[in-house]
Ligand binder design. Structure first.
Ligand SMILES: [Zn+2]
Length: 304
Protein backbone atom coordinates (compact mmCIF):
# COMPACT_ATOMS: atom_id res chain seq x y z
CA UNK A 1 0.00 0.00 0.00
CA UNK A 2 1.81 3.05 -1.13
CA UNK A 3 -0.66 5.89 -1.32
CA UNK A 4 -0.74 8.83 1.04
CA UNK A 5 -3.57 8.47 3.59
CA UNK A 6 -3.65 12.21 4.26
CA UNK A 7 -4.39 12.96 0.64
CA UNK A 8 -7.34 10.55 0.70
CA UNK A 9 -9.28 12.39 3.40
CA UNK A 10 -12.01 14.29 1.62
CA UNK A 11 -15.14 16.11 2.60
CA UNK A 12 -18.35 14.51 3.79
CA UNK A 13 -19.73 11.43 2.03
CA UNK A 14 -23.25 10.98 3.29
CA UNK A 15 -25.62 8.30 2.02
CA UNK A 16 -27.04 10.59 -0.69
CA UNK A 17 -23.54 11.38 -2.02
CA UNK A 18 -22.67 7.66 -2.02
CA UNK A 19 -25.69 6.75 -4.16
CA UNK A 20 -25.00 9.72 -6.44
CA UNK A 21 -21.33 8.92 -6.93
CA UNK A 22 -21.47 5.15 -7.19
CA UNK A 23 -24.25 4.14 -9.52
CA UNK A 24 -23.05 0.63 -10.37
CA UNK A 25 -20.84 -2.17 -9.06
CA UNK A 26 -18.37 -1.32 -11.76
CA UNK A 27 -17.99 2.25 -10.52
CA UNK A 28 -17.38 0.90 -6.97
CA UNK A 29 -14.68 -1.44 -8.32
CA UNK A 30 -13.12 1.42 -10.27
CA UNK A 31 -12.98 3.50 -7.10
CA UNK A 32 -11.36 0.67 -5.10
CA UNK A 33 -8.86 0.19 -7.90
CA UNK A 34 -7.85 3.87 -7.76
CA UNK A 35 -7.48 3.84 -3.98
CA UNK A 36 -5.65 0.50 -3.86
CA UNK A 37 -3.29 1.03 -6.76
CA UNK A 38 -2.84 4.79 -7.31
CA UNK A 39 0.27 4.13 -9.43
CA UNK A 40 -1.13 1.33 -11.59
CA UNK A 41 -2.47 -2.15 -10.81
CA UNK A 42 -0.11 -4.65 -9.17
CA UNK A 43 -0.97 -8.36 -9.00
CA UNK A 44 -1.88 -9.22 -5.35
CA UNK A 45 -0.37 -12.70 -5.80
CA UNK A 46 3.02 -12.12 -7.43
CA UNK A 47 3.27 -8.30 -7.50
CA UNK A 48 3.60 -8.42 -11.28
CA UNK A 49 2.76 -5.23 -13.14
CA UNK A 50 1.78 -6.68 -16.48
CA UNK A 51 -1.99 -6.90 -16.17
CA UNK A 52 -4.77 -7.66 -18.64
CA UNK A 53 -7.99 -5.72 -17.89
CA UNK A 54 -11.16 -7.49 -19.00
CA UNK A 55 -13.68 -5.29 -20.69
CA UNK A 56 -16.88 -7.14 -19.77
CA UNK A 57 -16.40 -7.30 -15.99
CA UNK A 58 -14.21 -5.92 -13.20
CA UNK A 59 -11.79 -8.81 -13.12
CA UNK A 60 -8.15 -8.62 -14.21
CA UNK A 61 -5.60 -11.23 -15.17
CA UNK A 62 -1.91 -11.21 -14.30
CA UNK A 63 0.26 -12.02 -17.31
CA UNK A 64 3.11 -13.22 -15.09
CA UNK A 65 1.36 -15.75 -12.79
CA UNK A 66 -1.87 -16.15 -14.74
CA UNK A 67 -3.99 -15.40 -11.67
CA UNK A 68 -7.38 -13.83 -12.08
CA UNK A 69 -8.26 -11.19 -9.48
CA UNK A 70 -10.30 -8.06 -8.80
CA UNK A 71 -9.89 -4.90 -6.73
CA UNK A 72 -11.35 -6.77 -3.73
CA UNK A 73 -9.02 -9.81 -3.82
CA UNK A 74 -7.18 -10.40 -0.53
CA UNK A 75 -8.98 -7.57 1.25
CA UNK A 76 -11.86 -7.29 3.72
CA UNK A 77 -14.24 -7.29 0.74
CA UNK A 78 -12.79 -10.56 -0.57
CA UNK A 79 -15.46 -13.02 -1.84
CA UNK A 80 -18.27 -10.84 -0.55
CA UNK A 81 -21.72 -11.67 -1.90
CA UNK A 82 -23.00 -8.30 -0.83
CA UNK A 83 -22.91 -5.52 -3.46
CA UNK A 84 -20.02 -3.11 -2.87
CA UNK A 85 -22.53 -0.28 -2.80
CA UNK A 86 -23.97 -1.76 0.41
CA UNK A 87 -20.49 -1.87 1.91
CA UNK A 88 -19.91 1.76 0.97
CA UNK A 89 -23.30 2.71 2.43
CA UNK A 90 -22.49 0.81 5.66
CA UNK A 91 -19.14 2.61 5.95
CA UNK A 92 -20.83 5.98 5.47
CA UNK A 93 -23.54 5.26 8.06
CA UNK A 94 -21.15 3.81 10.66
CA UNK A 95 -18.61 6.60 10.53
CA UNK A 96 -21.21 9.35 10.61
CA UNK A 97 -22.88 7.86 13.72
CA UNK A 98 -20.71 9.68 16.26
CA UNK A 99 -22.27 7.85 19.20
CA UNK A 100 -22.36 4.49 17.43
CA UNK A 101 -25.16 2.62 15.72
CA UNK A 102 -26.75 -0.70 16.61
CA UNK A 103 -26.73 -3.46 13.99
CA UNK A 104 -30.55 -3.37 13.96
CA UNK A 105 -30.52 0.31 13.07
CA UNK A 106 -27.82 -0.26 10.43
CA UNK A 107 -29.90 -3.11 8.95
CA UNK A 108 -32.92 -0.82 8.59
CA UNK A 109 -30.88 2.09 7.19
CA UNK A 110 -29.13 0.22 4.39
CA UNK A 111 -31.82 -2.41 3.88
CA UNK A 112 -30.03 -5.65 4.74
CA UNK A 113 -30.99 -8.31 7.28
CA UNK A 114 -29.72 -8.02 10.85
CA UNK A 115 -27.13 -10.80 10.54
CA UNK A 116 -25.60 -9.13 7.49
CA UNK A 117 -25.51 -5.79 9.30
CA UNK A 118 -23.78 -7.40 12.28
CA UNK A 119 -21.24 -9.10 9.96
CA UNK A 120 -20.55 -5.79 8.18
CA UNK A 121 -19.98 -4.02 11.47
CA UNK A 122 -17.58 -6.67 12.76
CA UNK A 123 -15.56 -6.68 9.52
CA UNK A 124 -15.36 -2.90 9.40
CA UNK A 125 -14.29 -2.73 13.03
CA UNK A 126 -11.44 -5.04 12.13
CA UNK A 127 -10.29 -2.47 9.58
CA UNK A 128 -10.65 0.31 12.16
CA UNK A 129 -8.15 -1.37 14.48
CA UNK A 130 -5.13 0.90 14.82
CA UNK A 131 -1.96 0.49 16.84
CA UNK A 132 -0.70 3.70 18.42
CA UNK A 133 2.67 4.74 19.76
CA UNK A 134 2.21 7.61 22.17
CA UNK A 135 4.67 10.30 23.14
CA UNK A 136 4.58 13.44 25.31
CA UNK A 137 2.16 13.94 28.17
CA UNK A 138 0.11 10.77 28.55
CA UNK A 139 -2.97 10.27 30.70
CA UNK A 140 -3.47 6.69 31.88
CA UNK A 141 -6.56 5.36 33.61
CA UNK A 142 -8.81 2.33 33.60
CA UNK A 143 -12.55 1.99 33.46
CA UNK A 144 -14.89 -0.94 34.00
CA UNK A 145 -17.54 -1.85 31.47
CA UNK A 146 -20.42 -4.28 31.65
CA UNK A 147 -22.20 -5.54 34.67
CA UNK A 148 -24.87 -7.64 33.04
CA UNK A 149 -24.36 -11.21 34.22
CA UNK A 150 -26.18 -12.57 31.16
CA UNK A 151 -23.46 -11.16 28.87
CA UNK A 152 -20.58 -12.56 30.88
CA UNK A 153 -18.40 -15.54 30.01
CA UNK A 154 -19.02 -18.64 32.08
CA UNK A 155 -15.52 -18.48 33.56
CA UNK A 156 -15.92 -14.92 34.81
CA UNK A 157 -19.47 -15.61 35.98
CA UNK A 158 -18.12 -18.29 38.34
CA UNK A 159 -15.95 -15.69 40.07
CA UNK A 160 -18.87 -13.43 40.91
CA UNK A 161 -19.92 -13.41 44.51
CA UNK A 162 -23.56 -12.25 44.51
CA UNK A 163 -23.22 -11.06 48.13
CA UNK A 164 -20.35 -8.70 47.38
CA UNK A 165 -20.37 -5.65 45.20
CA UNK A 166 -17.29 -4.61 43.26
CA UNK A 167 -15.72 -4.62 39.84
CA UNK A 168 -15.22 -8.37 39.44
CA UNK A 169 -18.30 -8.74 37.21
CA UNK A 170 -17.19 -5.90 34.94
CA UNK A 171 -14.51 -5.95 32.25
CA UNK A 172 -11.55 -3.61 32.74
CA UNK A 173 -10.52 -1.37 29.85
CA UNK A 174 -7.21 0.47 29.98
CA UNK A 175 -7.15 3.91 28.35
CA UNK A 176 -4.03 5.77 27.25
CA UNK A 177 -4.48 9.28 25.96
CA UNK A 178 -1.81 11.51 24.51
CA UNK A 179 -2.63 15.14 25.33
CA UNK A 180 -3.81 16.68 22.03
CA UNK A 181 -3.05 13.35 20.35
CA UNK A 182 -4.53 9.89 19.83
CA UNK A 183 -6.19 7.62 22.35
CA UNK A 184 -5.76 3.86 22.79
CA UNK A 185 -8.16 1.46 24.47
CA UNK A 186 -7.20 -2.07 25.52
CA UNK A 187 -9.54 -4.61 27.04
CA UNK A 188 -7.85 -6.49 29.89
CA UNK A 189 -8.58 -9.87 31.45
CA UNK A 190 -8.01 -8.26 34.79
CA UNK A 191 -6.40 -4.98 35.81
CA UNK A 192 -3.05 -5.63 37.46
CA UNK A 193 0.60 -4.62 37.17
CA UNK A 194 1.21 -7.86 35.24
CA UNK A 195 -1.29 -7.00 32.48
CA UNK A 196 -0.86 -3.21 32.45
CA UNK A 197 2.91 -2.70 32.56
CA UNK A 198 3.85 -4.55 29.33
CA UNK A 199 1.16 -2.56 27.47
CA UNK A 200 2.51 0.73 28.78
CA UNK A 201 6.08 -0.18 27.87
CA UNK A 202 5.22 -1.20 24.32
CA UNK A 203 2.84 1.71 23.58
CA UNK A 204 4.47 4.74 25.23
CA UNK A 205 7.80 6.31 24.37
CA UNK A 206 10.31 6.32 27.25
CA UNK A 207 10.74 10.10 26.98
CA UNK A 208 7.08 10.65 27.97
CA UNK A 209 5.55 12.03 31.14
CA UNK A 210 2.73 9.81 32.40
CA UNK A 211 -0.15 10.75 34.71
CA UNK A 212 -2.11 8.11 36.65
CA UNK A 213 -4.22 7.79 39.76
CA UNK A 214 -2.99 5.98 42.84
CA UNK A 215 -4.01 2.46 41.66
CA UNK A 216 -1.38 -0.06 42.82
CA UNK A 217 -0.77 -1.46 39.30
CA UNK A 218 0.95 1.83 38.40
CA UNK A 219 3.51 1.73 41.22
CA UNK A 220 7.04 1.80 39.88
CA UNK A 221 6.19 2.71 36.26
CA UNK A 222 8.21 5.90 36.77
CA UNK A 223 11.26 3.70 36.08
CA UNK A 224 10.18 3.29 32.45
CA UNK A 225 9.35 6.93 31.66
CA UNK A 226 10.83 10.38 32.14
CA UNK A 227 8.29 11.31 34.79
CA UNK A 228 5.38 9.66 36.58
CA UNK A 229 2.83 11.95 38.22
CA UNK A 230 0.61 10.04 40.62
CA UNK A 231 -2.66 11.74 41.56
CA UNK A 232 -3.93 10.52 44.89
CA UNK A 233 -6.83 12.80 45.52
CA UNK A 234 -9.44 14.63 43.50
CA UNK A 235 -8.19 17.82 45.11
CA UNK A 236 -4.78 17.25 43.65
CA UNK A 237 -6.27 16.91 40.18
CA UNK A 238 -7.72 20.39 40.42
CA UNK A 239 -4.62 21.91 41.95
CA UNK A 240 -2.34 20.55 39.30
CA UNK A 241 -3.90 21.93 36.15
CA UNK A 242 -1.17 20.52 33.93
CA UNK A 243 -1.27 17.04 35.37
CA UNK A 244 -4.69 15.44 35.46
CA UNK A 245 -6.58 12.62 33.78
CA UNK A 246 -9.78 14.58 33.13
CA UNK A 247 -9.63 14.34 29.30
CA UNK A 248 -9.50 10.56 29.55
CA UNK A 249 -12.24 10.45 32.19
CA UNK A 250 -14.43 12.56 29.90
CA UNK A 251 -13.78 10.13 27.06
CA UNK A 252 -14.69 7.17 29.28
CA UNK A 253 -18.08 8.82 29.96
CA UNK A 254 -18.68 9.06 26.19
CA UNK A 255 -17.89 5.35 25.85
CA UNK A 256 -20.30 4.38 28.61
CA UNK A 257 -23.05 6.47 27.05
CA UNK A 258 -22.41 4.78 23.67
CA UNK A 259 -22.56 1.34 25.26
CA UNK A 260 -25.79 2.11 27.11
CA UNK A 261 -27.36 3.98 24.19
CA UNK A 262 -26.46 1.83 21.20
CA UNK A 263 -24.70 -1.38 22.06
CA UNK A 264 -27.00 -2.76 24.71
CA UNK A 265 -25.57 -6.25 24.69
CA UNK A 266 -21.82 -5.97 24.45
CA UNK A 267 -20.24 -9.31 25.20
CA UNK A 268 -16.77 -9.49 26.68
CA UNK A 269 -15.60 -11.31 23.59
CA UNK A 270 -16.48 -8.42 21.27
CA UNK A 271 -15.68 -5.56 23.59
CA UNK A 272 -12.24 -4.90 22.04
CA UNK A 273 -13.73 -4.44 18.57
CA UNK A 274 -16.23 -1.89 19.97
CA UNK A 275 -13.30 -0.10 21.59
CA UNK A 276 -11.46 -0.12 18.24
CA UNK A 277 -14.41 1.58 16.56
CA UNK A 278 -14.77 4.19 19.30
CA UNK A 279 -11.07 5.07 19.32
CA UNK A 280 -10.87 5.12 15.50
CA UNK A 281 -13.62 7.75 15.45
CA UNK A 282 -11.97 9.75 18.22
CA UNK A 283 -8.54 9.62 16.56
CA UNK A 284 -9.81 10.56 13.11
CA UNK A 285 -12.30 13.28 13.89
CA UNK A 286 -12.27 14.87 10.42
CA UNK A 287 -15.60 15.68 8.86
CA UNK A 288 -15.48 12.43 6.96
CA UNK A 289 -13.12 9.50 7.13
CA UNK A 290 -14.89 7.55 4.41
CA UNK A 291 -11.87 7.29 2.12
CA UNK A 292 -9.56 6.52 5.02
CA UNK A 293 -11.68 3.55 6.06
CA UNK A 294 -11.96 2.32 2.45
CA UNK A 295 -8.17 2.51 2.28
CA UNK A 296 -7.81 0.53 5.50
CA UNK A 297 -10.32 -2.10 4.27
CA UNK A 298 -8.08 -2.63 1.24
CA UNK A 299 -5.04 -3.36 3.37
CA UNK A 300 -4.42 -7.11 2.95
CA UNK A 301 -3.30 -7.33 6.61
CA UNK A 302 -6.75 -6.26 7.80
CA UNK A 303 -8.30 -9.65 7.00
CA UNK A 304 -5.99 -11.61 9.29
ZN1 LIG B 1 0.61 -12.36 -10.66
Amino acid sequence: MCCDIGALKKKAMDLYSIYQKFRSEKSCHEHLKKVRWPNGVICPFCEGKSIHHRKDDSRMKCKSCNSSFSSTSKTIFHSTKLPLLKWFAAISVIISAKKGISSLQLARTINVNKNTAWYLQMRLRKAMKEEQYLKGLIEIDETYIGGNLANMSHKRKQKVNPFKSGMVHKTPVLGLLERKGPVMLKVLNHASAKTIRPLLKQSIDASSKVVTDGFGAYYGIGNYFEKHVKLNHEKEQRAWARYNTSSLEGFFSTIKRAIIGQYHKVTEHHLQSYMDEISFKKNNPEEDVFELLIFKCLNPCAIY
